[in-house]
Write a protein that binds this ligand. Structure first.
Ligand code: PMP
Length: 396
């Protein structure tokens, strides 16, 4: 059978995730130190796991409301109000989803007509461009640059706005750069959204993981923004709950309703077990992740110092748990660097090109890894960089 012709054009034309391709190389190699996967090295805090175990023991194995447990939506409303100074009605403005991944997909599918343009920034999490395309939108990429510590410049956003622009999609702190937004730049982007009557989708998945005493500020907090913003958040990163697949969207009620229509037909509801665990996570709040956050900050300091020490320029990112060193001084592409490092030293990092063309020349290292392994990985990377440079010198 000619399967190519059977697969929808939209899907056939989608690129495969560069991360996935790279990880096929790592699977089945227990000797490898991985700075590759973007998830916490620790399991979910015990109290959260215990709440889920208790709920299973009680036989809580049913569907929930399509919207998610009401108790969880109330807890989300309180948490979001505290974190983002913005009040959402648990009955009409909050939807519990299967991770931020589903929430993002719902937001694009609920709002885009074919040909609508979405401005998003690269380097970024691999799913943005494809999620926009799958919703028949047109991804319009705006580059963030190392000279701005990978913040998004409002002037660059403004240049990308056309009469077809419908949405600006933001993710700060950013995967893969760890970049954050100066509030004054964010304010300018908010003003552009208002001026051009645009929606803003803000993926806040790393908002709790900020360092050096910084306070997070979301675009939704600026005057006039709640009515045009869909706030996407979840439990995967701060609460170390990637495998539970739990997230949520907060949105003005007509948009929440539109997202809910898709969710009820394709997902029905998020798993009840995960929702109960999420409720316990929010009950614990900051106390569940503050120790992890502090330890990430120490690891960030360690890895940034080591990378700069070996001559791979690396800015000190303000959030998330990634560093994005510049590897151009080695003369290798990001893929050559990552494959060479993996094959010769058994250390996995992700080529920056996997996060969009502006990521080329960089690699992503996730430092949510035990400090002794970070030290070992850095020793091996330093050996690799020294050997590459020596080779280059010999060739020249
Ligand atoms: N957004 C960003 C920026 C991410 O990095 C990730 C996961 N790596 C997601 C969304 C998806 O998160 P979830 O586990 O909640 O689906």
């Amino acid at each position: 059978m000619d399967y190519e012709s059977k697969i929808s054009k939209q899907i056939r034309d989608l690129p495969r995730s560069g991360i996935r391709d790279f990880f096929e190389l790592v699977i089945g190699r227990p000797d490898v130190i991985s700075l590759g996967v973007g998830e916490p090295d620790k399991p979910t805090p015990w109290a959260i796991r215990e709440a889920a175990i208790r709920s299973l023991e009680k036989g809580q194995t049913s569907y929930t409301s399509n919207l998610g447990l009401e108790s969880l939506r109330i807890a989300i409303s309180d948490y979001v109000e505290n974190q983002f100074k913005t009040k959402y009605d648990p009955k009409t403005e909050i939807l519990v989803t299967v991770g931020v991944s589903e929430a993002l997909d719902l937001a694009f599918r609920a709002c885009l007509n074919p040909g609508d343009e979405v401005i998003y920034h690269e380097p970024c999490y691999v799913s943005y461009g494809p999620s926009i395309s799958m919703a028949y939108g047109v991804p319009v990429m705006v580059e963030t640059r190392e000279e701005n510590e990978f913040a998004l410049m409002a002037a660059d956003v403004e240049k990308a706005i056309t009469p077809r622009t419908k949405v600006i999609a933001l993710n700060f702190p950013t995967n893969p750069t760890g970049g954050i937004m100066p509030p004054e730049e964010l304010e300018k982007i908010a003003a552009l959204a208002i001026k051009h009557d645009l929606l803003v989708f803000t993926d806040e998945i790393y908002c709790e993981l900020l360092y050096d005493g910084r306070q997070h500020k979301s675009i939704v907090e600026f005057p006039g923004m709640k009515e045009r913003t869909i706030l996407l958040h979840g439990f995967s990163k701060a609460f170390a709950m990637t495998g539970w697949r739990l997230g949520y969207a907060c949105a003005p009620s007509p948009l929440r309703e539109a997202m809910m229509k898709i969710h009820q037909y394709c997902m029905l509801c998020a798993p009840i077990l995960s929702q109960v665990a999420g409720l316990e996570a929010l009950r614990l709040g900051k106390s569940a992740f503050e120790d992890m956050r502090v330890s990430y900050e120490e690891r960030r300091n360690l890895i940034v110092e080591r990378l700069n020490g070996m001559g791979l320029h690396c800015f000190n990112p303000g959030g998330a748990f990634y560093v994005f060193p510049d590897i151009r001084s080695t003369g290798l592409t990001s893929k050559e660097f990552a494959i060479g490092l993996l094959e010769s030293k058994g250390v996995a990092v992700v080529p920056g090109g996997a996060f969009g063309s502006p990521g080329e020349g960089f690699v992503r290292c996730c430092y949510a890894t035990a400090p002794d392994l970070i030290v070992k990985a850095m020793d091996l990377m330093e050996e690799f960089v020294t050997e590459v440079r020596a080779g280059k010198r010999a060739a020249a």
